[in-house]
Write a protein that binds this ligand. Sequence first.
Ligand SMILES: *Cc1c(COP(=O)(O)O)cnc(C)c1O
Length: 395
Amino acid sequence: MFVYADNAATTKMSPTAIKAMLPYLEENYGNASSLYAFGQKSAEALAAARSTVAGCLNAEPREIIFTSGGSESDNQAIRSAASWGARFGKKHIISTAFEHHAVLHTLRRLKKEGFDITLLNVHENGIVTPQQVSDAIREDTCLVTIMYANNEIGTIQPIAEIGRICRERGVWFHTDAVQAAGHLPIDVKAQNIDMLSLSAHKFHGPKGVGALYVRRGAPLETLIEGGAQERSKRAGTENIAWIAAAAAALREACEHMEENSARVTALRDRVIDGLSAIPHSALNGDREHRLPGNINFCFEGIEGESLLLLLDDAGICASSGSACTSGSLDPSHVLLAIGRPHEVAHGSLRLTLGEYNTEEDVDRILAEVPRVVEYLRGMSPVWKDLESGKTRHQL
Ligand SMILES: *Cc1c(COP(=O)(O)O)cnc(C)c1O
């Protein structure tokens, strides 16, 4: 038995989601664009899924388009607002230094295309303030894109207030809610959100399917040209099975959000309390305003990579940064953004729990992590220097 503690990277599909997709893999394989009744069954499933997703966000069905996931939704939202801005001579975009690479790399590309990008620094607690956003908005700002919850350190941003400021100042507001959807309440109207990205595999749906919410009247440009699917905003024959499963998973997650959140938060807090006892360690990100399942620590004097490999041997799946950057030697851009020095950021560990984790999983984590940290420190020249006073402890 192994402990899966990497739910921010992806989640296990729920039985409900698997069940929802089966009819469209087996008997109802028709093309939703076909006119005969058989194809119309797929069209009906597509419409039902769209209503479900819209309902979970307090949006209208026509404001939802299905995509291949969070990355595509982020690309499309940002590109749409940027094209709108370019038409009106507004080529300034505001975001943060700790966004997902789907956002940061899209912005990097736009910069090459002549846009001016402001990346707000994040406070040590991993939270951007509405005031920072307000101060950064200019006459030529077309878009503010700020994530709802961070995928590495789990911190939750004051989305509703940021949205209100953007609305007042006439700037489009997009939020990458990939970590939030299904885990935190979302109400696009109450939270003043113009565009929102979500991805099914982060809430027990299948990989390769997501959605983009675009408020009626907000800009929406086509990235993938072709047929008239998704109101001509996203061509390609719809993957009905995956879309139906995504909708079922989101509905299930939203219906059980309160109880799941309470249970997962309790597991998380046991891990945070337990790991805090390790000397020269620090929790990354605000303790209160964080995702129910997120635990992210820095341990001085060790390498996150070695920690992960030894935890893997002990049957624990964890992460050192985001899955996209692990494997590279650069420390996490998120940890650097909240001001962790390079050498400390290298010794990071992210554990992300979900609905399927148990008290026994937490027991295993609390037994193995301190043991592995101590073992690695015992062999680490960096740790020896810290202990002998040759270099100074930073945590
Ligand atoms: C996982 C993730 C993405 C990318 O979603 P995919 O569906 O894997 O493309 C984007 N943003 C955040 C915050 C994520 O956690």
